[in-house]
Design a protein around this ligand. Structure first.
Ligand SMILES: [Zn+2]
Length: 597
């Protein structure tokens, strides 16, 4: 990269004219109409009709799926780059409307797939054009076959709007209205929950504890309301499970993530076995902060504030160079993304916070959104999002229906890319203090996945069991939360957060049950691949690409077996993955002792 990079993205090559784009307006209108037309032809499809009919319909559905993503991605970019763009808001609403029509179409297709007889099903899958879709179609057909009658499904869907998802909305409304008074420099200011939570990362312990107490009081004041939202949405979920004849609450989340319960239990088992070292890290961190023990609000406190910064060009060059050590193709991809302005990284007002990567499957392009100010964490984020982009890049030529991967493998490529860069940053740190901060950042991620997320999982599992017997009181919810945290953090903290079940949105998301373990799975799966890559003697790049390409058309057990020759239901893979996280802790502990002297 010789010329200076521009840190703003180019959206015009996709649809010219930003949110006033005529091409976009036309595209959106056409897509609406196409969904209607295809819905009609699917409705007319004889379940056991000719294979050609299915072939034709599936082709159309693939195209619609890609167009929907193309449109959705563009709208996400518009609304992220300028929060004041009113036209973008209109498109966001339009997108939701089109997505609803698309999901109705998907339901009809699945019902039709479920109705195909066994004999015709085999014939259908033998067709050349349909063969590559075997996994996804079989999965959808099996799911459809578990459903209740058409009328019952419609009834559940209709009742869910106000009886289920409404609790999720209610939760968000209450949280949105919460105001937290915080005194700063003698003046009391009102903050939203999110703004107040940002203040927890202050290095000043007294202030941190004060802010934490203010936030805690606010959750406590509303705990009875949240007790209602959580109990009722869980009640609805359990009631539908009962009608489906599912007795395990994990059935749905495991199916969504295409994994076996055995795999999940083995993963947690391996984590539990190796947790004590992470508890040592928490003790060491306490000592660095001059505390006997960390409280829950100290776990993410910074141990240092000053870090060397890199310009955008330097950050880009660093990422590309580090990627190259693992995969030239990945490095070339990153270089292309920088040069073709696929990245919006400018540090300016009016942008949405946070980062994301979104892909345009028709244009076969990707866009990354973030705000770059030169910190090591910015560089890690940039690498992370480029990893997502690369995942899509290797899938570009595949059938659109095979590009949908589940949450637990969605972070494979991103975490992998982030790890390469984070490791290199640690190795190249200028001073011991800087190295310690970078290591701490890495280890704190493991702690989040092994302890914080584990607590969420333990809580949720226990809560759903008790909810089967009836409403769970707020006192009991608080108690369950603290018990889960004590277990997950190996009792190493001085104080836990009884209202975490109320403050964590994820417990209240109706669309995704158990929004926790897939994070830990994804993190360790990626670590496992990273370990594998470091030891692999052959062409790792080809192996890695092949694995990524299969993420949308296999169970995770099949994926690991085929590409890494490992059995995910056995502890070995997981223990190897945890081992490299442990090495970081060991290095951190040694360095911390040295720095403390
Ligand atoms: Zn990600």
């Amino acid at each position: 990269m010789t010329q200076k990079l521009q840190p703003t993205w180019d959206l015009d090559v996709i649809f010219p004219g930003q949110s006033d784009s005529e091409a976009l307006r036309q595209f959106v209108n056409e897509l609406s109409e196409e969904i209607e037309t295809v819905t009609e032809s699917v409705n007319n499809l004889e379940a056991n009709g000719f294979g050609e009919d299915w072939e034709h319909v599936l082709k159309q559905i693939e195209l619609i799926t890609k167009k929907l993503r193309e449109m959705g991605a563009f709208i996400s970019c518009l609304s992220a780059q300028d929060v004041t763009d009113k036209q973008a808001d209109i498109y966001v609403a339009k997108r939701a409307q089109i997505a609803a029509a698309h999901s109705a179409l998907t339901k009809i297709v699945d019902q039709k797939l479920g109705a195909v007889t066994e004999a015709n099903w085999d014939l259908l899958l033998e067709r050349e054009a349909i063969k590559p879709l075997q996994f996804i179609l079989t999965e959808r057909r099996e799911r459809a076959r578990e459903q209740l009658s058409k009328n019952e499904e419609i009834l559940i869907g209709d009742l869910a709007i106000d009886g289920y998802h409404a609790w999720n909305q209610m939760y968000e409304t209450i949280v949105g209205n919460m105001k937290i008074d915080i005194e700063e420099d003698g003046k009391v200011q009102q903050y939203s929950v999110g703004q107040a939570a940002n203040k927890l990362s202050t290095p000043d312990r007294e202030q941190r504890e004060y802010v934490y107490r203010r936030i805690s009081d606010a959750w406590k004041a509303n705990e009875d309301l949240f007790g209602q939202t959580l109990n009722h949405l869980a009640g609805f979920r359990l009631q539908t499970y009962k009608h489906y004849g599912w007795d395990k609450v994990l059935k749905e989340p495991l199916a969504k993530n295409r994994m076996k319960e055995e795999t999940l239990n083995t993963m947690w088992g391996a984590i539990e076995k190796h947790k004590s070292l992470f508890a040592d890290y928490l003790h060491q961190k306490a000592s660095l902060l001059n505390l006997d023990k960390l409280s829950i609000f100290d776990v993410n406190a910074p141990i240092q504030s000053k870090m060397e910064k890199k310009s955008y060009d330097e950050g880009a060059a660093f990422i590309v160079e580090q990627f190259r050590g693992f995969s030239p193709q990945m490095a070339d991809f990153a270089q292309m993304a920088f040069e073709k302005r696929w990245i919006e990284a400018e540090d300016r007002a009016g942008k949405r916070p946070g980062g994301f990567c979104t892909s345009f499957p028709l244009s076969e392009q990707t866009r990354i959104f973030m705000t770059y100010s030169g910190t090591p964490s910015n560089i890690a984020t940039l690498a992370h999002e480029l990893g997502h982009g690369y995942h899509q890049y290797v899938m570009n030529d595949m059938n659109g229906l095979n590009q949908g991967y589940a949450m637990n493998v969605a972070e494979t490529a991103s975490t992998f890319a982030e790890m390469i860069v984070a490791d290199a940053s640690v190795k190249m740190a200028a001073t011991d203090e800087e190295k310690l901060t970078l290591l701490e950042d890495k280890v704190s991620r493991s702690v989040a996945f092994f302890m914080n997320i584990h607590a969420r999982f333990l809580f949720e599992k226990q809560f759903y069991e008790e909810r089967k017997q009836g409403m769970v009181s707020t006192e009991r919810l608080n108690e369950l939360m603290v018990e889960a945290q004590k277990e997950a953090y190996c009792g190493s903290l001085s104080e836990y957060d009884p209202h975490f079940w109320a403050s964590k949105l994820h417990f209240h998301i109706t669309g995704v049950p158990f929004y926790n373990f897939p994070y830990t799975f994804g993190y360790l799966f990626s670590q496992g691949i990273y370990t594998y890559a470091k030891d692999y003697k052959g062409d790792f790049e080809a192996k890695y690409t092949a694995l990524l390409r299969d993420t949308g058309r296999m169970t995770v057990e099949e994926l690991a077996e085929k590409h890494l020759q490992v059995d995910l239901s056995k502890p070995e893979f997981w223990e190897n993955a945890i081992e490299i996280c442990k090495q970081d802790v060991q290095e951190f502990l040694e360095l911390a002792k040295k720095v403390e002297k």
